[in-house]
Design a protein around this ligand. Sequence first.
Ligand code: GTP
Ligand code: MG
Length: 369
Amino acid sequence: TEFVTVSELATMMDVSVNQLIGTLMSIGVMASINQRLDAETINLVADEFGFQTEYVSAEVQEAVSEEEDDESDLVPRAPIVTVMGHVDHGKTSLLDHIRNTNVIAGEAGGITQHIGAYSVTMKNGRKVTFLDTPGHEAFTAMRARGAQVTDIAIIIVAADDSVMPTTKEAIAHCQAAGVPMVFAINKIDKPGANPDRIREDLANMNLLVEEWGGKYQCQEISAKKGIGVDDLMEKVLLEADMLDLKANPNRKASGTIIESSLDKGRGYVSTVLVSNGTLKVGDIVLAGTSWGRVKAMFNERNQRIDNVGPAEPAIVLGLNGAPTAGDAFHVIDTDQEAREIANKREQLQREQGLRTQKRLTLGDISHRI
Ligand code: GTP
Ligand code: MG
């Protein structure tokens, strides 16, 4: 069996395609970017990069595999927009501003909980799901898995600073995953702001912004003062329109774990993002080695909800552990099946030991091929 392409494997390991092709060459394999690799080659080359490879058995694969949707079952869904950029460049401030200016009447007053994922209804009535990338963890795990949860990235750069290594890393990740980027040059209200320097930094990376004749949409903003944010969102939605995003709400849910933790009173609490289908209270969810029946779900305003549709985030109670951020989740038919798969995965993990923390799970993406 052949599992993943060179480019997919590079994304999963978070290395450049060129690096991977070079390493393949060094072990005597001439491969092109879209070529699929067999297990033996993957093991060898993953080992070179310090990864252990985990192969999910056919049964597990079947239980979690997703059938293609019929075109006629698909309906438009909200875009998932991730804000990425260097520490302190204003990611959270931008999201705070967007949320505060777009809360619809009746929503206000609820206690806002930080879950790193928000569904916002914009003034024009369109829904957008935003992912903040706080700190790092959540995103490193996602990157490593090549989880392509996001549809569009807002790359934010502070105008009184410059394009930083983290910014570059975020850009490289988007490029590897084929995620369209919209640039936001933030903090233009600051005395030392120099947006042209940012455009120049980007140009030096071969990223020419629109106003300089390039193809990348870019917007000067002040997240703090709210300047340019509406224009930025217009550009993001334009990008979303071109993607023609659709999903099938009438199927078992699958998606990604955004974060999870153990809460004294409530047990394990997981923030999930549904990518397809509808997640319901009572569903049996499997994520990594954790599973459980969904006892209750909440939105980011801490209101109880019974259903979560495509591209929507929710806080889920009921799992028997804390899955890793970036883990895929699936709804499984029976308790027994979920338990068996979780046990199998746990056993695999034990066998492989914790000699290395880095792990590739090929089953999760090979069903797409
Ligand atoms: P991390 O989550 O730590 O990576 O940071 P972040 O990117 O989320 O930055 P955050 O929004 O927390 O903002 C960092 C600091 O910059 C805060 O003190 C903000 O008040 C300030 N800030 C953000 N946007 C602006 C802006 O447009 N203008 C000015 N003057 N300050 C801003
Ligand atoms: Mg932040």
